[in-house]
Design a protein around this ligand. Sequence first.
Ligand SMILES: Cc1cc2nc3c(=O)[nH]c(=O)nc-3n(C[C@H](O)[C@H](O)[C@H](O)COP(=O)(O)OP(=O)(O)OC[C@H]3O[C@@H](n4cnc5c(N)ncnc54)[C@H](O)[C@@H]3O)c2cc1C
Ligand SMILES: NC(=O)c1ccc[n+]([C@@H]2O[C@H](COP(=O)([O-])OP(=O)(O)OC[C@H]3O[C@@H](n4cnc5c(N)ncnc54)[C@H](O)[C@@H]3O)[C@@H](O)[C@H]2O)c1
Length: 477
Amino acid sequence: MKENADHFDLIVIGAGAAGLSVASGAAQMGVRVALIEARAMGGDCLNSGCVPSKALIAAAARAQAMREAEVFGIEAVEPVVDFPKVMEHVADVIAQIAPHDSQERFEGLGVTVIRGMARFTGPDALEVEGRRLTARRFVIATGSRPAIPPIPGLEDAGYLTNETIFDLRERPRHLIVLGGGPIGVELAQAFRRLGAQVTLVEAGTILNREDGQAVGVLRQALLREGVNVREGATVQAAGRGPDGPWLDLDGDRNGDRIKGSHLLVATGRAATVEGLGLEAAGVAHDRKGIAVDARLRTSNRRIHAIGDVVADAPSFTHVAGYHAGLVIRQAVLGLPAKADHAMIPRVTYGAPELAQIGLTEVEARKAHERIQVIRKDLAENDRARADRATEGWMKLILHRGRPVGVTIVAAHAGEMLAPWAQAMAAGTRLSKLSGMVLPYPTVAELGKAVTGTYFSEKLFGNPWVERVARAVQRLVP
Ligand SMILES: Cc1cc2nc3c(=O)[nH]c(=O)nc-3n(C[C@H](O)[C@H](O)[C@H](O)COP(=O)(O)OP(=O)(O)OC[C@H]3O[C@@H](n4cnc5c(N)ncnc54)[C@H](O)[C@@H]3O)c2cc1C
Ligand SMILES: NC(=O)c1ccc[n+]([C@@H]2O[C@H](COP(=O)([O-])OP(=O)(O)OC[C@H]3O[C@@H](n4cnc5c(N)ncnc54)[C@H](O)[C@@H]3O)[C@@H](O)[C@H]2O)c1
């Protein structure tokens, strides 16, 4: 081993969800770790992603609840939204979580934290701010950035991204959101609920990876709440007028111009690979990110890549954490570990939320000749009735009696999905799930009701079961 102060067992580049998880796990198991971060500790999720967006959504939900109070016998009112205070709340939530990801905490765990841009100079060496570091192994966890589409005039129009929108302290009068993926949909609805006029512009259909029927429920909610949803809209050009940015659309309606006060671009992500010196390190990558094998190794076997920077991996914080665990198993404990993205859950935090694990119905029909789909509406659930939140449903997709997918559209779909994620990861049989006693009244009971339907279809009206039951009545005292 090189007796050099700047030699480490493991160097991690990027202190976002992925890099932080590897660094803390490895350091706590006695490995000499360096963690390099060019910008804010915590990366996208803490500073400009999950955390601020969910805090904003929470404030927006409070505002909406005031508009919808009538049904509970409480006078509905149009809320007075103090937008700067809402954004203070968002900043405060970030500040509360930040110590967990801070340089001080990681140094306390024994990690050497180095601030600056890392650039590989060779297969086992890199440079940060003129300092040379070497290591036995590296982990690239440099995440992703907003991908900006090549629309003529977009730079002149001026736009926000997830990296700047949470710095706003003045409520947009009219926010144009370009892109109807999870970022666009979540933020469009939140800003609308906080009192902005919102136009959501999407080239195809919103949330196009998700179950179309579930998206339909969310789309109706967006429209009902006054989000102007423009799907199938191609943006020809953008520019800036005296009052703010505009987009010229061509598609569903010919040649119309949308004028807003602010424009948010949420048209996808690009892996952060520029300036990393990946060629010097012998790490293959393309437009989609860094290529890895099932063990998350790059073309340089001593370098792993994890999180958003990985080509073709789902971009979620829980995936970043999952990848980190797999790398720790291999690089720290010497155990084999392979990534499997088939059972990664995902939730779009609209109102209602849209949650998915495994195959959607359409995907399952393509993958298997025969599937069974059982759907139960929230309107049948007592807690949902009491909460006046009966919009939505759950769909269980089965192949040969085993769950291959679950889709939920409901106010708390993410929480409702969690036990299914556990059950599907553990391979729990449906009979075990249907035999479980759940607290009443909870919306989670809808999941049990679905499994109940599966078994009642098999048991009720079945001549064999009826014969057995009659025999038992005769023979058992
Ligand atoms: C608005 C929004 C909402 C989201 N909501 C959710 C959600 O609700 N749930 C969910 O699961 N996911 C959500 N995501 C996705 C989630 O934020 C990402 O999947 C996650 O942050 C990826 O973590 P990461 O560690 O791979 O990358 P990042 O968090 O991007 O971290 C990478 C870090 O590397 C640093 N870096 C880059 N290059 C270098 C270099 N050369 N040298 C040193 N440092 C470098 C960067 O500065 C950054 O801090 C959301 C994303 C956005 C944008
Ligand atoms: N709740 C969550 O877990 C959550 C929330 C936000 C983001 N994320 C993660 O971040 C990723 C990125 O989110 P995103 O919403 O930016 O990207 P996305 O790729 O999921 O969606 C981008 C959308 O923009 C549209 N689009 C692209 N170019 C366009 C153009 N020129 N004009 C009009 N529409 C255009 C696409 O058709 C697509 O629907 C997500 O895929 C997800 O993995 C997760």
